[in-house]
Design a protein around this ligand. Structure first.
Ligand code: LM2
Ligand code: CA
Length: 524
């Protein structure tokens, strides 16, 4: 669990990591190369076209994280039918395949995090082979679902010597990717810390040039590395991918990101690729999520914490979900149009701190439903595998680490993206579009309700007992089906029915830890 603690620290960006890093690094069998030598001066990075202002919105996406390619291919028709605009997939490039376990708590031979250690850019991975990847992208596109790839472009590995694709490597030398020691910051002496790790998360040179949790940091400022990375991303674009979640975005200088983005081709739809940078909160100035919005969208990691706080702090009398009425730019977050929002992602999911996850059951679903109603950012629904107490646990797989077929029936996969309430709220989100939040009811007692213009209304109860509220809904007189309990099916309500009076008011019972929502579309 040292690993998850490390990552949380990096995401949160707390200052001194030196001791922890040294300890973590000594845990790896990898020797640093001999004395750092001086590298020839790299050509100045090209002034890249900024990604901001030039991309399409991804809308609602599902992150089917560490689902295999055939499993995602089969799921895409359902995603499309529900109304998802896209699916985000785990890093598809070839990664380290461990042959022995690490020390102490690091007991899983194939932990989930293997895929974040890049060996080369062939598309053979735990999730499937290149043909399966291509077929998946094609099948999803056919179903009207765009594919977004988790792009690990900041670093290679920190351990091991063999990959899923059967490639071999040694520290700082990756023949199949074409990398030699001069392609890494540490090797050329460009990382200003004694052990090559990031000791100070407020120091931009360290954050950009040193090894994040021992992962060998690429010289993303050089034309050679930029070209290599762009070739990988362009291959994915040629296969029909629509954009990227940029792993460890904060650990690359904005100029490097711009230069790489500038080398990217258009998507199959003729658009500039989506580009969402992972920039963990906690560091100031140029390292802040806000600063990175000049170079792409950013992941809403600060929002994850605020949402977690609102949903979990009521018993401490520190706040409640009605405070989320002003969530977004009103609560100090990056602007909606530049943010990918979510309740949890693969990191916070495994950290089990400062984020709601599937383990919180109804509260996690309630939060997911609320985010879809709120309209902040481009909401992403996280859906992956279930796991036990050891947060290193990998996805269900065979003894070689190859991931099993996902099933929503065997209890090993959460399938939160397909739960009835989430499905109803994806439809709600798509229907209300950009309509403004109106008729806000925030009772300071863990209940929040609002309309989206005159198109839809939603109420959320985070309390442990049911609560009945009478509110103005913004909708016309009529009988409506609750989207959360199944909506309108063949002219009848699958679940709860709500009556709106001539004055636009309704008396709604909000069950414990649950939501009720309806739109003009679910009117009988
Ligand atoms: C990320 N974003 O910036 C990913 O979202 C996160 O999941 C990745 O960390 C990280 N950055 C690098 O891509 C995960 C995981 C780490 C794990 C790394 C690499 O949270 O724990 O580190 O992937 O697999 C593991 C060990 C760690 C070791 C490191 C290098 O847990 O103890 O560090 O490998 O050998 C010495
Ligand atoms: Ca870097």
């Amino acid at each position: 669990m040292a690993s998850s603690r490390m990552l949380r620290t990096s995401v949160v960006g707390l200052a001194s990591l030196a001791a922890a890093l040294a300890a973590a690094l000594s845990g790896t069998a990898q020797a640093a190369p001999t004395a750092p030598q001086l590298a020839p001066q790299a050509a100045p990075a090209a002034v890249g076209a900024k990604a901001s202002g030039s991309m399409q919105e991804p809308g609602v996406t599902a992150s089917l994280w560490e689902w295999s390619w055939p499993s995602i291919a089969s799921e895409c028709p359902r995603l499309g039918a529900i109304g998802y605009d896209g699916v985000q997939v785990a890093p598809p490039q070839d990664s380290v395949k461990r042959t022995s376990t690490g020390n102490g708590s690091d007991a899983y031979l194939h932990p989930w995090w293997e895929v974040y250690q890049v060996v080369d850019y062939g598309l053979t991975s735990r999730m499937g082979d290149e043909q399966q990847f291509r077929d998946m992208v094609a099948d999803c596109r056919k179903a009207g679902v765009k594919v977004y790839v988790d792009a690990v472009i900041n670093h290679t590995t920190g351990q091991g010597n063999v990959s899923y694709g059967g490639k071999t490597f040694t520290p700082y030398t990756y023949p199949d990717a074409g990398y030699v020691p001069d392609d890494f910051h540490y090797t050329v002496g460009a990382c200003p810390s004694a052990d090559g790790g990031i000791a100070d998360f407020n120091n931009k040179t360290q954050v950009w040039n040193c090894n994040l949790v021992g992962l060998e940091d690429l010289r993303t400022e050089t034309p050679k590395v930029q070209a290599r990375l762009a070739a990988y991303l362009n291959k994915l674009l040629r296969y029909g991918v629509s954009g990227f979640r940029v792993d460890a975005g904060k650990h690359m200088a904005p100029a490097d990101l711009d230069a790489i983005y500038d080398r990217l081709d258009r998507t199959k739809d003729g658009k500039r690729p989506y580009w969402a940078l992972e920039v963990g909160p906690g560091s100031p100035g140029v390292l802040s999520p806000e600063a990175y919005t000049e170079h792409g969208d950013v992941l809403g990691l600060d929002g994850v914490k605020q949402i977690y706080g609102a949903f979990t702090s009521y018993s401490d009398h520190q706040g409640d979900i009605s405070g989320l009425a002003t969530f977004g730019s009103g609560s100090g977050l990056t602007r909606s149009s530049r943010t990918m929002s979510f309740i949890t992602n693969h990191d916070t999911n495994h950290d089990q701190a400062n984020a709601l996850t599937y383990k919180e059951g109804p509260q996690y679903l309630l939060a997911t439903e609320w985010l879809l109603a709120d309209g902040y950012g481009s909401p992403q629904v996280f859906s992956s595998f279930t796991f036990g107490a050891d947060t290193n646990q990998g996805p269900p797989s065979d003894d070689q680490g190859l991931i099993d077929r996902a099933s929503c029936a065997d209890g090993r996969w959460t399938c939160d993206h397909a739960k009835t309430g989430v499905v109803g709220m994806v439809k709600f989100h798509q229907y209300v579009g950009k309509a403004a939040k109106k008729h806000v009811y925030a009772d300071q007692q863990n209940v929040l309700a609002f309309s989206r213009g005159t198109k839809g209304w939603a109420g959320f109860n985070n309390g442990t007992s049911a609560k009945t509220i009478t509110v103005k809904t913004g909708l016309k007189k009529g009988t409506y089906c609750d989207a959360v309990t199944g909506g309108k099916v063949k002219g009848a309500c699958a679940g709860t029915t709500v009556t709106v009076s001539g004055s636009g008011r309704a008396t709604v019972e909000l069950p414990a830890r649950a939501a009720v929502a309806f739109t003009k579309q679910t009117r009988l």
